[in-house]
Design a protein around this ligand. Structure first.
Ligand code: HEM
Ligand code: NAG
Ligand code: NAG
Ligand code: NAG
Length: 441
């Protein structure tokens, strides 16, 4: 085990990951590949008939979140509401983009039966919007903020934080657009020539190693977004062994720990930076957001397999085949909003059960820990004394300073992007106790 200094991370402005790329045993051509998403862009589905999300009608307002403003925060609402045909389930077609996030895939897959049957005939006139997120997978900041509140009763604060991090990772701050999967720069950017916008598939931006059901980027020839039935089976075995079949905190903490250990052993380019704490947050969504009525419900196989689009099939790899993600029938959103305080409490609770070092591999099973303190991280770890608000301030810091790109693979977070994040987040962090960055005026 070596200890590396964070200072090295800031040494290079051209490659944000010099401390690994420059190490012996690391094939730096792989990093080049990660920086050239053109191939993925060429094969990224293109739906010429882009339709934005369905507007929320007065009859079916859900939490009332609309146009990016906060809703009531009152959940316990049936989703989709009975009679809300505009938000009924429709499977994606071959031209629709889906990506590594089951929560967003499900929200996009929910679409309009109405649209399917009628719009084709009526053409442009009805080509308005019918889904929680744009059905083709090219969504917007506003759609994301509204849909997270209306579908899952994610708190406004967390909905904005995740949407900011998502756009920063792979979208466009000027158009507010983001692909929930592969690189769709031609549709997300105003001026595609300025650079690639990799979408949520972009590696080591938001998407990262040790996912629950997705491969590590470098061990799977770049496929970090497709559902993997072998991994789903592994996750289920933890639910069975640890928690009597439930995908709860204990089961997921243990499974995440194993996924980390697997990455250390298998992935020569393994990277686990501070932003990977988001993956603990995503794990908490299985028991906090996905059961009917959230934490009042049970994160059982029936619920989780629906959200992940997992169907038992002995002829499929791992015994699980993938179908479109779907909100289960007769499903209700959690009553109380899932806030920044809630998610950071869970991130910490999951982490402390099996504390892991932040850092990366310089070859398989050859891990270097980050040694220089960053936020609350010291000696490469979240210390025992860390609190949920320390974790929240760390996430704020990652979202608003150039550090996140230095702690991940690709540095293209510009001053404009950071200023945009500060503008979105500061109003929500006023009373957080975190040291806030000033706007650039
Ligand atoms: C703007 C909001 C969101 C963005 C930008 C986002 C983005 C992402 C990304 C990039 C990943 C891949 C992380 C990885 O490498 O493992 C991910 C994973 C995940 N997301 Fe989301 N997400 C959002 C909201 C949600 C919501 C509301 C839910 C739950 C209902 C959700 C559930 C999940 C789960 C369970 C995973 C883990 C999948 C796995 O590891 O197999 N996400 N999300
Ligand atoms: C699924 O994950 C397993 C375990 O990591 C791996 O061996 C397998 O190659 C993956 N399958 C695909 C299709 O990527
Ligand atoms: C920074 O963002 C604020 C809005 O939050 C905007 O008023 C200001 O003009 C931006 N500054 C620069 C230099 O872009
Ligand atoms: C039919 C179909 O492709 N449905 C999709 C719903 O969204 C998921 C996201 O992974 C797609 O993979 C599914 O294929």
């Amino acid at each position: 085990m070596h200890i590396l200094s964070l200072h090295l991370l800031f040494a290079s402005s051209t490659l944000a990951y010099p401390w690994v790329a420059g190490q012996r045993g690391v094939d730096s051509s792989l990093f080049k590949k990660a920086r050239q998403p053109e191939k993925r862009q060429a094969s990224c589905p293109f739906n010429a008939n882009h339709q934005g999300a369905a507007p929320y009608s007065d009859k079916y307002p859900y939490t009332g979140a609309k146009n990016g403003v906060p809703g009531t925060g009152v959940g316990g609402i049936k989703v989709p509401a009975d009679g809300d045909t505009a938000h009924a389930f429709t499977a994606p077609g071959p031209n629709d983009i889906r990506g590594p996030c089951p929560g967003l895939n499900a929200a996009a897959n929910v679409s309009s039966a109405y649209l399917k049957t009628i719009t084709e005939a009526l053409s442009d006139f009805l080509l308005l919007q019918h889904n929680f997120l744009s059905h083709d997978g090219v969504t917007t900041f506003t759609e994301l903020v509204d849909a997270q509140q209306n579908v899952y009763n994610v708190g406004y604060d967390l909905a904005v934080l995740l949407a900011v991090l998502g756009i920063e990772a792979g979208g466009d701050i000027t158009t507010g657009k983001l692909s929930i999967g592969c690189d769709a720069t031609s549709r997300t950017a105003l001026l595609p020539l300025l650079g690639d916008q990799p979408g949520l598939d972009g590696h080591n931006k938001f998407e990262a190693d040790t996912s629950l059901t997705r491969n590590d980027y470098f061990t799977a020839n770049g496929d970090n977004y497709d559902f993997n039935g072998t991994l789903f089976a592994e996750m289920k075995s933890f639910a069975d062994r640890v928690s009597g079949g439930n995908f709860d905190r204990n089961a997921l903490a243990a499974y995440r720990s194993q996924r980390y250990d697997e990455s250390v052993q298998e992935n020569a380019n393994f990277f686990f930076g501070p932003l990977s704490l988001l993956l603990y947050g995503a794990a908490s969504f299985l028991y906090e957001l996905m059961p009917s009525y959230g934490p009042e419900g049970t994160p059982d196989l029936k619920t989780i397999s629906s959200f992940f689009g997992a169907v038992e099939d002995s002829s499929a790899a791992g015994g699980w085949r993938h179908v479109p993600e779907q909100i289960p029938d007769n499903w209700f959103s959690r009553r109380a909003p899932y806030s920044n305080e809630d998610v950071t409490t869970e991130i910490l609770a999951l982490y402390v059960k099996y504390p892991k070092l932040f850092g990366g591999n310089v070859g398989t099973n050859n891990f270097d820990a980050l040694s220089t303190p960053f936020g609350v991280i010291s000696d490469g770890k979240l210390p025992d004394a860390a609190t949920a608000s320390d974790v929240l301030c760390l996430l704020y810091q990652l979202a608003t300073s150039p550090v996140p790109s230095s702690l991940s693979l690709i540095t293209d977070i510009t001053a404009d992007v950071l200023n945009w994040s500060v503008g979105k987040l500061n109003p929500l962090f006023e009373n957080s106790g975190c040291a806030l960055k000033p706007d650039q005026t």
